[in-house]
Ligand binder design. Sequence first.
Ligand code: B12
Ligand code: SF4
Length: 498
Amino acid sequence: MAYFLTMNVLLLYPAFPDTFWGFKHALKFIGKQASLPPLGLLTVAAMLPAEWSKRLVDVNVRELREKDLAWAEVVFISGMIAQQDSAHELIARCRAAGKTIVAGGPLFTLGQEQFPEVDHFVLNEAEVTLPEFLQDLKCHSARRVYASTEFPDLGHSPTPLWELADLKHYASMSVQYSRGCPFDCEFCNITSMFGHRPRTKSTAQLIAELDGLRRAGWRGAVFFVDDNFIGNKRVLKEELLPALVRWQQGQRGTPFFTEASINLADDEELMRMMVEAGFNQVFVGIETPEAAGLAECNKCQNEQRDLVADVKRIQRAGLEVQGGFIVGFDSDTPTIFARQIEFIQQSGIVTAMVGLLQAIPGTKLHQRLKAQGRLTGQTTGNNLDGTTNFVPRMNRDKLREGYKNLMKHIYAPGPYYQRIRTFLREYKRPKISSPVNWRYLMAFLRANVRLGIFGSGRFEYWRLLIWTFFRRPRLFPLAVTLSVFGHHFRHTCCGLGT
Ligand code: B12
Ligand code: SF4
């Protein structure tokens, strides 16, 4: 690949399979194509020379056309493991069209050997590796692989080029304030990829990103895609959250959501400030209610606590809790399925992502299972597809069967709608939430037909709406949204239909 002052660069994002977080079946209700834009590629685009012409094709939103390929001189492709099938197909097409391919992002950082057709791998965090690649390109000496163990200062990360994305196709936008997490869970690859010390952008940088989104016309929800948003509580309380409160003033509020560890429940002040700043939802890794499972995966922050009470405290503060759960730990016995169901129902975690444990390359779990000779192959990258890539301690068929039944149970209309009521009873309505607009009204009408007339859980649907209307009327829009999510989960996770 040669370096030219003007170049046509195609930024390519592969398709996700139909999975839990894709929300494909729910997005149809609001007429959107994908839940979030490819933030990594938009950030990389902002690091490329300003004179280069850039075009983004997110295959989750629109197909890759021959004329896109004909236009491009070089293709920059990104992705995570769950997108690997689509990545292989797209790379084959780019190769056949004779394009130079540059690949980066978690899929390639952890599995470059599976992609022999790629010309250049620019791995790890582009803030470190991309400048070196571009410099070598100028000198006609670009190598095949650029990798680094350095964790860069995020103060140099540019504002993503939102203008490349067609924002109207996405349900939410994303920004990233920090990378890294102080904890050390055995199954997680965040710390090997981003380190233990949470690195943050400056408050001014983050506000500039939000301003950029506003300028690009975005008025909807924004996901802070931090690995653990509360990794540095002091900076949050002293700098970022007060700045976000100021940013929200004088305009229609922007709802935020993020990911955090359970110790958020210990800090009333932090929760109050987050809600005031616009946060109304948080994803928390609960993993398991079993002490032995938590100890096994080194989830020390979840040990010795009343996790149900913690979840309820966060909900009462005005933050909906979405939860991550895992079955398949070595210490799990067949009672784990009933224990997980009981926990999920009691806590009122409506969006409960329960996965079978998988060993992702780069994790301590992967190392341990490899040393024990228990690895059986590659991970699919989607821990909700009912597969494992190692020999579990529990009989494999029992594990899979128990997992399937668990998913069928928690997403069946009866327990699902009941869980929404448990949650709504506890939840304090935040000041800032998604506006009720024409899209929402269309979704409501569609839900009435799809779930209220044709749905197998139609009785539970109407019961929930009537209950909410009289008991928690201000949470009515949320009740409808969660009902629509249930439709997606039933389709995607357990083949239960509407
Ligand atoms: C947002 C997010 C999502 C969003 C994706 C939205 C989207 N359109 O991309 C949602 C919620 C849908 C999602 C889902 C899942 N996710 Co996810 N997700 C993340 C998260 C939290 C942030 C990603 C992000 O936007 N980062 C911000 C940008 C700026 O960083 P970045 O993308 O890494 O890009 C940087 C570099 O990688 C590099 N780079 C990236 N692309 C490219 C391309 C080129 C050419 C170059 C040069 C450089 C480069 O430069 C960027 C700047 O440094 C990460 C965790 C993390 N910290 O990265 C997990 C993560 C990416 N997800 C992960 C997983 C496993 C999943 C799920 C499979 C979870 C599940 N069990 O269902 C699902 C699968 C998706 C699906 N629908 O099927 C794993 C990926 C593991 C892997 N090796 O692939 C991660 C790393 C989390 C983890 N702990 O394991 N996810
Ligand atoms: S708390 Fe979350 S991000 Fe941090 S190491 Fe554990 S699973 Fe990974």
